[in-house]
Ligand binder design. Structure first.
Ligand SMILES: *Cc1c(COP(=O)(O)O)cnc(C)c1O
Length: 433
């Protein structure tokens, strides 16, 4: 697969270059020059395949010119070590549960795949690669877990002390091995500033190989197409139009759904679900794209005021509002509406939604009730136990905490504390050689 930059179609990079570089040199995002598709009979055959088999077939379809098939198969199987079950919760309404990975959120899929792909591409470097990540919570845990024990790579997670939830903190402070948690005495913005400065520091880059595991990396984006295909594979009958609703913040997950569609997935329309940070639903309605500072909500992983991946969706639709409207619908919900949905679905279907999945459920059912007939899948992006305080309050009972999370909570966190001064981070990094 070859990649161009969203700022310049003439840039043409290999998978290896795009993965190691992350962002194009002109600060555009990498996009596939061509998205290959499966022959239509594959979509009958797919019903017999497991998630890891579907992932392997898709990885080979995308990357067969970049990596020998046997190596690609091995790394994909290793990354896709858990299932994404499709659960029917009402007639014609299905939840695609993406929270059965190690950190109980969909970001595990992309992070695990990226770690193994990067490890493959740097296997003859003979030098340790240092991944630096600034996190406000979820990304840090998915990246730390994804890269845990991956040979040749050390991960350093910078997070704002006291400002991430205890669950999130334990998910990256209790791993050990090649993962170091750096608690910064400051805010998330300080963490991000420190990481950016380290990447620009010539003295550091002369001595250490530094890279990022940013969510805009194609190695995190493209494997997210795997689970849309796996969701389709689990539908028993396929004789009605299919709609897929995706709870969205930075719109990486929705971009991956569009890529799965181009791969041949038989879907009628995609539905973008957001909280009150409704820049994209507004754009779909009015044609005006108006990024603005984000507003905090109870679906906080979607509190994004300038979605970084939306440019990729515009590119896929030739920047035409009319064209994008053929593929995409958008709905936005307030915190009160999200709470109402969680309560309603719990009472009616005994199914516990998390606040992000709740926007997806509501957008899907609103669409099917008012606009077009058919069946639908909504994406459950996180386990409700990750947002227990909000969800338990709404449904009025305790929710079951998965064993893996309970074990993580029982472990002792190990972290290093640094100040928000750059010299502190730099001294730490220099001490690693
Ligand atoms: C990251 C995240 C989202 C938003 O996904 P995007 O790809 O940024 O649109 C939604 N829900 C949860 C739980 C997340 O962690």
């Amino acid at each position: 697969m070859r990649f161009y930059s969203t700022n310049n179609r003439k840039i043409n990079r290999s998978l290896r270059e795009a993965v190691i570089q992350g962002l194009a040199e002109d600060e555009g995002l990498f996009m596939p020059v061509h998205i290959p598709s499966f022959p239509p009979p594959f979509f009958d055959e797919i019903k017999k395949l497991s998630f890891s088999e579907i992932a392997v077939r898709t990885a080979i379809l995308y990357f067969r010119d970049d990596i020998p098939e046997d190596e690609l198969e091995a790394l994909t199987r290793d990354a896709i070590s858990f299932d994404t079950p499709l659960i029917q919760i009402q007639e014609g309404i299905f939840s695609l549960e993406l929270f059965h990975g190690p950190t109980l959120a969909f970001k595990d899929v992309g992070a695990r795949f990226m770690a193994r792909l990067l490890s493959y591409f740097i296997r003859d470097y003979n030098r340790e690669i240092h991944v630096l990540v600034a996190t406000s919570g979820d990304t840090g845990s998915a990246v730390a877990n994804g890269f845990w024990k991956v040979p040749g790579i050390s991960v350093h997670i910078l997070y704002p002390g006291g400002l991430v939830s205890p669950i999130q903190e334990n998910q990256f402070t209790t791993l050990g091995e090649n993962i170091t948690a750096l608690e910064v005495k400051g805010a998330f913005d300080d963490c991000q500033r420190l990481v950016k400065r380290a990447f620009l520091d010539k003295e550091l880059s002369d001595r250490l190989v530094l890279t990022s595991a940013n969510s805009i990396n194609v190695a995190r984006l493209l494997p997210q197409a795997f689970y849309y295909l796996n969701g389709y594979a689990q539908l028993e009958s396929t004789d009605q139009d299919l709609f897929i609703a995706v709870p969205s913040g930075n719109f990486g997950n929705l971009t991956a759904a569009m890529i799965a569609w181009k791969t041949g997935l038989p879907v009628k329309k995609l539905i973008a679900a957001t909280n009150v940070n409704d820049i994209v639903p507004e754009y779909l309605k009015t044609g005006h794209y108006d990024p603005r500072p984000s507003v905090p909500t109870i679906a906080n992983a979607m509190d994004v005021g300038n979605p970084s991946n939306f440019i990729r969706i515009l590119d896929l639709c030739n920047h035409s509002h009319a064209e994008i409207r053929k593929y995409l619908e958008g709905h936005a919900y307030t915190d009160d509406e999200i709470r109402h949905t969680i309560r309603n679905v719990y009472n009616k279907c005994s199914y516990v939604l998390d606040p992000h999945g709740a926007t997806g459920y509501q957008a899907l059912t609103d669409h099917l009730k008012n606009r077009e007939k058919g069946r639908g899948i909504f994406i459950e992006t996180a386990h409700p136990a990750k947002f227990a305080d909000i969800v338990e309050d709404v449904i009025g009972r305790r929710i079951n905490v998965p064993d893996s999370l309970r074990e993580t909570m029982e472990k002792m966190p190990v972290k290093r504390t640094i100040s928000a001064e750059y010299e502190d981070l730099k001294n730490y990094l220099l001490s690693l050689q």
